[in-house]
Design a protein around this ligand. Structure first.
Ligand SMILES: C[S@@+](CC[C@H](N)C(=O)[O-])C[C@H]1O[C@@H](n2cnc3c(N)ncnc32)[C@H](O)[C@@H]1O
Length: 238
């Protein structure tokens, strides 16, 4: 393995052979993310899904500064869409029971945890944020659903072909992400998966591509949203 490939690792790992350096760096990154997640949050029941508790931050802005990321700490809150889709799978367990489930853009892992509680055979919780992957693992363990596996899954990639059910909550808030998500979900549908999405009326919801199934009025955090209650619609991809 070429030594320049270790150049991305912090100095303290570079003396090790490549595979040992990669493993040590991954462990250190994981524990840094876990420390951040645990130190910045407290466990709280999800308002619309009280069966699930999540490590939740009091407010996003101070935490965002600590993460040194461009993206906000989405993983530290239950989003409106996530609350809706988690409620839906818990109340309609047949949608996931006994099936291989992928929850994309999972954030805290809320929807994945709900799918596991509803009897899914296996649950992958995908995200691109290391802190989200750490939060998913911690939240899954605390909710007694260790079968939820955090996975680095980018909606820009194709994937999820092995999943029988693909879940996507609150992914249509940004133009580029909405387009990536729709393409990913359509590919999963073509591969035979059932696809369910939940959305509280975000700006880039591709309504023409989706069929509404049901909707909920959901209490949301005033610090995140412009209203105390949001209507979240559950959709399926035809
Ligand atoms: C608004 S949060 C929704 C989290 C969760 N589904 C919920 O409803 O509570 C959006 C999530 O999308 C993730 N995300 C953003 N871009 C992504 C991408 N290209 N691939 C996968 N996940 C992405 C973020 O890291 C974040 O966790």
């Amino acid at each position: 393995m070429k030594s320049e490939e270790k150049a991305d690792f912090p100095e303290r790992f570079r003396a090790l052979p490549y595979s040992a350096a990669a493993a040590a760096y991954a462990r250190a990154m994981t524990s840094e993310a876990e420390n951040l997640v645990q130190s910045a949050t407290a466990r709280a029941a999800v308002p619309f899904v009280p069966e699930v508790t999540l490590l939740t931050a009091a407010e996003p802005f101070g935490l965002w500064g600590r993460t040194e990321r461009d993206a906000p700490p989405f993983w530290a809150f239950p989003w409106a869409g996530g609350q809706g889709l988690a409620r839906y799978v818990l109340d309609h367990p047949a949608a996931v029971a006994g099936r291989r489930v992928l929850d994309v853009a999972s954030g805290s892992g809320l929807v994945a945890i709900a799918a596991a509680k509803a009897g899914a055979a296996a649950v992958a919780a995908g995200d691109i944020d290391d802190n989200a992957l750490a939060a998913i693992a911690l939240n899954a363990a605390a909710n007694g659903t260790p079968q939820v596996r955090p996975r680095r899954i980018d909606l820009a990639a194709t994937g999820g072909a092995r999943a029988q059910v693909v879940l996507a909550a609150d992914v249509f808030y940004q133009r580029e992400l909405a387009a990536l998500a729709l393409a990913f979900l359509k590919a999963a549908r073509r591969a035979g998966a059932t696809v369910l999405a939940a959305d509280p009326g975000r700006a880039f919801l591709p309504a023409a591509d989706l069929v509404p199934v049901t909707s909920y009025r959901i209490p949301v955090l005033a610090i995140l949203e412009d209203a105390p209650v949001k209507t979240v619609t559950i959709y399926r991809l035809p």
